[in-house]
Design a protein around this ligand. Structure first.
Ligand code: NDP
Length: 289
């Protein structure tokens, strides 16, 4: 039986095993998919796992995506651009590292009919997930007008902007880094009097039920908000807050989770699962939890 696993810390809450077991059911494949808690060295845990002949590949979540990036012997372009690896496939000669977060995110925005064409997008957060999703927005044929990244550590947002510009994916006019102060106080720069059509929460704040420091006016003026975090209620503290401010469309990241998992599964088994089918299954599981 093919063996797979997800590595991270914490990991007990991970829904990846349920998702991948459902994918495998779709093609009548028998797989085993474990959760592996990484307390010390990702490399050691990964070597141990892959020493089994049946180990095909793995997923990697917070905080091991950079360790996984350094562990693999070959990187896909997506992983190189994101600077992080969330999927590994074992090959005859080594390990391929990929990043499927951008695909999962963008596929979910399309499913939800997110109004991207000529839109201004605000991304809150400049961690690994933010790096993973940005290229998919920049490459979109929807021709996004502008993207702003706001982050507590401004230098991390600036690093992302500089690396995306250096890769030729965008320009300094299209992609800008901001501090929370610059964003909320338009008197600092009146040209930024903010009207973001789409707001993406890519921080880990929802995990601790905290809200990012974004003025209510900016959120209330947006048309569509998306939180990468997900809950069994399919509402996060952020999406609830935006709904209360009158935002009509607000979604959590369950669809992204299923989408990124699907592309991982395709990389391992060359089979693209049906996303809607697994979304329905996950909704039914979460409703019972
Ligand atoms: P990282 O740890 O790499 O980044 C965390 C981000 O949150 C950073 O921008 C950090 O800012 C910010 N942040 C954390 N605490 C605070 C705070 N107190 N105040 C302000 N900003 C804060 O995590 P990831 O980027 O990997 O993940 C981010 C979120 O996306 C998580 O909730 C994760 O679960 C979710 N995710 C969902 C996926 C899905 O498939 N649905 C896939 C991947 C991620 P700073 O840089 O200043 O520290």
């Amino acid at each position: 039986m093919d063996k797979l696993a997800v590595f991270g810390n914490p990991i007990a809450h991970s829904l990846s095993p349920l998702i991948h077991m459902d994918f495998a059911k779709q093609e009548n494949r028998a797989i085993e998919y474990d959760r592996i808690l990484v307390t010390e060295s990702f490399e050691q845990e990964a070597q141990h796992f892959f020493s089994l002949d049946s180990a095909r590949g793995c997923n990697i979540t917070v905080p091991c995506k950079l360790d996984a990036f350094n562990f693999v012997t070959e990187l896909t372009d997506r992983a190189k651009i994101a600077g992080a690896v969330n999927t590994i496939k074992k090959t005859a000669n080594g390990f391929i590292g990929d990043n499927t977060d951008g695909f999962g995110f963008f596929t979910d925005l399309q499913r939800l009919n997110c109004p991207l064409a000529q839109s201004s997008i605000l991304i809150i957060g400049a961690g690994g997930a933010s790096r993973g999703i940005l290229p998919s927005l920049l490459a979109s044929s929807a021709q996004v007008k502008q993207i702003f990244i706001v982050n507590r550590s401004l230098n991390k947002a600036q690093d992302i902007v500089n690396s995306m510009v250096a890769l030729g994916l965008t320009t300094h006019e299209q992609l800008k880094a901001l501090s929370f102060e610059q964003l909320n106080d338009s008197s600092l720069d009146p040209s930024l009097a903010f009207k973001a059509d789409v707001v993406i929460n890519a921080t880990s704040l929802s995990l601790t039920k905290e809200l990012p420091n974004i003025s209510e006016q900016i959120l209330a003026n947006s048309k569509f908000v998306y939180d990468l975090y997900y809950t069994k209620e399919q509402e996060t503290v952020f999406t609830k807050h935006c709904k209360a401010l009158g935002v009509k469309e607000s979604y959590d990241g369950l669809g992204m989770l299923v989408g990124q998992a699907a592309l991982s599964y395709k990389l391992w088994f060359d089979f693209m699962p049906n996303l809607e089918q697994t979304m329905d299954y996950m909704r039914s599981i979460l409703a019972k939890k």
